[in-house]
Design a protein around this ligand. Structure first.
Ligand code: AKG
Length: 267
C-alpha cells in the first residue's frame, strides 16, 4: 500500500490549493519516473488509445491528447497506482478515500498555434461533489513560450462550469493580476481543482511540450449523469470489461467500480 509522503506538500500548499484552486509542486516525481513516462507517452502518441477507434488513422494534429492508457499500458498503470501522485492527491483533497478517474497525456507540437481555451474540468466528468482534482505532470521544461497552463486564481469558488469554446456571457477574459502560472521543470506538477478555470497558451518554441495528467476524487464525490461528459461516447459502444460495473451506476452512488478504482493510501 502507498504511504503518504508529507515532505512533498506543506500544510501551506494544502491551504493554497483550497484558497486559490491550484498549486505547483516541485519535484513531485524523480527523474526515473520522468524518463519512464516520457517513453510511455512517446510510444503511445501515434497509436489510438483504448477508447479510440482501432482502425481509424490518427489525424495530424498540433496537440495530441489520449486518455485511459492505464487500461493497456503498464507504465501508465504504475503512475496511477505506484507513484507519489495519489499520495499528493489525497493530501490536497483532505480525503480518507481516493478514487482514480482516468489518466491522459497532452503533447503540444513545436511551433504550432494549438491553444487550449478557457475551461474547467468538472463539466467533462460524470460526477458531483467538491473533492476532485487533476494532477498535470510536466515531462519537459514548461514556460510561456512552449504552452504553459494559466489559471484564474480562486475561480473554483465561483461554482460555475465552463466548457471550452462555449463562450457564456458571464465569462470575461481575466485581468493579468487574476492569473496564476509557473515556470516548471520535468517532474514538477500542477494540482488544480476540477472547477478552477484554466487554459494553455500556444507552443511557439522549437521543441514539443509533453505532460501527463491523472484525475482524482475524494470522500464526497458520487456518480452524476452528465450529457456530453467522459467517456464521450454511448456506453453501448464500449466493450471494455472494466466498464461493466460503471454502466449500471445511478446518480448519488459512490464512484467505486472497475473503471474508477479505489487507491489505498495510508498516512
Ligand atoms: O496540457 C495542456 O495544454 C492543457 C491541459 C488542460 O487544459 C487540462 O488538462 O485540462
Amino acid at each position: 500500500m502507498l504511504k503518504v509522503d508529507t515532505r512533498k506538500i506543506s500544510p501551506q500548499q494544502v491551504e493554497a490549493f483550497q484558497r486559490d484552486g491550484v498549486i505547483c509542486v516541485k519535484n513531485a516525481v524523480d527523474d526515473i519516473w520522468v524518463e519512464r513516462i516520457r517513453t510511455a507517452v512517446d510510444k503511445n502518441v501515434l497509436i489510438p488509445g483504448p477508447m479510440e477507434e482501432k482502425n481509424a488513422p490518427k489525424p495530424e494534429a498540433s496537440a495530441e491528447h489520449t486518455s485511459n492508457l492505464w487500461l493497456v499500458d503498464a507504465d501508465f498503470r504504475a503512475l496511477a497506482f505506484e507513484s507519489p501522485l495519489p499520495t499528493l492527491a489525497v493530501q490536497v483533497l483532505k480525503s480518507e478515500k481516493l478514487n482514480f478517474l482516468a489518466d491522459g497525456f497532452f503533447v503540444k507540437k513545436p511551433k504550432t498555434n494549438a491553444r487550449i481555451g478557457w475551461h474547467n474540468d468538472l463539466p467533462y466528468w460524470p460526477i458531483q461533489g467538491w473533492q476532485c482534482c487533476k494532477i498535470w505532470l510536466a515531462l519537459d521544461t514548461v514556460n510561456q513560450e512552449n504552452g504553459r497552463l494559466e489559471y484564474i486564481k480562486g475561480s473554483h469558488r465561483w461554482g460555475r462550469e465552463l466548457r471550452e469554446r462555449s463562450n457564456p456571457s458571464w465569462f470575461v477574459e481575466p485581468e493579468p493580476q487574476e492569473i496564476l502560472f509557473w515556470d516548471m521543470e520535468a517532474g514538477d506538477c500542477l494540482i488544480h481543482h476540477f472547477l478552477t478555470i484554466h487554459h494553455s497558451v500556444t507552443n511557439i518554441s522549437s521543441a514539443q511540450r509533453r505532460a501527463v495528467v491523472t484525475n482524482w476524487t475524494g470522500d464526497d464525490v458520487t456518480y452524476y449523469h452528465r450529457p456530453k461528459a467522459w467517456p464521450f461516447k454511448p456506453l453501448e459502444e464500449i466493450d471494455l470489461p472494466q466498464f461493466n460495473s460503471f454502466k449500471t451506476k445511478k446518480p448519488g452512488e459512490p464512484l467505486d467500480c472497475d473503471i474508477f478504482p479505489r487507491v489505498e493510501v495510508h498516512r
